[in-house]
Design a protein around this ligand. Structure first.
Ligand code: ADE
Length: 245
């Protein structure tokens, strides 16, 4: 049997895992053996009796930096997983997007290094050729919540985790667009009516309305995504092309 998708998290706080991932879809999938999770406790790899993992930055400045020898020993202790992506979560990394999530989910797994304090000595990031990945342009107190988000995004794409491939294909980002709005009963709630077209039973018109709404929301909220979508669609079949307004 082939190995399941495997995540190894290298962290000072192994007790944070699986954390929220134990619940809902990812937790069920973990229990069912659709993926595996291991943690490596960085502090267990400190060499001195005080279990020191950090020190003051050379050149001065605030905060503490995680030592390269300790982080190196922890990374070496991560179970060998041939071909797994090796990622350091940091706000200075390349922003994570659905395309990267898809690629990571399609591979054998990930090894995630989580930092605390001001950061990690740069030499160990370089020596291990770690890919630097950011969740977005804001600073978390450590890489752990970012690791949890990245794992959630990958695990839900693994075969068998979400029942319907259709649900995945329709969602935000899969077509390079934000998702259209959803409605359910009651059709009239506090005077707010569901758009008539959704009650019409006319599948073609429903599809067109959803497409228009997805395009409108993307144009209004994410001009960056919209520009990319228009450029990609310029090469697509004429009836799939979005309006350029
Ligand atoms: N660690 C701290 N902030 C982060 C962010 N925005 N993305 C990834 N890792 C982080």
């Amino acid at each position: 049997m082939t190995e399941p998708w495997t995540a190894t998290v290298v962290t000072l706080f192994p007790e944070m895992f699986p954390g929220p991932l134990a619940h809902s879809l990812a937790g069920r999938a973990l229990a069912d053996g659709l993926w595996r999770l291991a943690t490596v406790d960085i502090r267990a790899h400190a060499a001195d009796r005080h279990r020191t993992v950090d020190d003051a930055p050379f050149g001065g400045g605030p905060g503490m930096v995680m030592r390269p020898d300790v982080v190196d020993a922890a990374l070496r202790a991560a179970p060998a997983s041939n071909g797994a992506a090796r990622i350091y979560l940091t706000p200075r990394g390349r922003p994570l997007d659905q395309a990267r999530v898809r690629a990571l989910g399609a591979g054998p797994g990930v090894t995630l290094l989580c930092g605390r304090f001001e950061g990690i000595d740069d030499r160990v990031i370089d020596a291990h050729a770690l890919e630097e990945v950011s969740l977005g342009d804001y600073v978390l107190s450590g890489g752990e919540p970012a690791a949890i988000a990245l794992l959630d995004a990958c695990v839900r794409l693994l075969p068998g985790v979400i029942g319907s491939a259709e649900a995945l294909a329709e969602e935000t980002f899969e077509a390079g667009l934000l998702e259209y709005p959803h409605f359910t009963r009651p059709a009239d709630w506090c005077g707010r009516r569901v758009p008539d077209v959704l009650l019409s039973g006319h599948h073609e018109r429903v599809r067109a309305w959803r497409r228009d709404e997805a395009e409108r929301l993307t144009r209004e909220r994410r001009p960056d995504l919209w520009r990319r979508h228009v450029e990609t669609a310029a090469h697509a079949a004429p009836h799939d092309r979005p309006r350029k307004d």
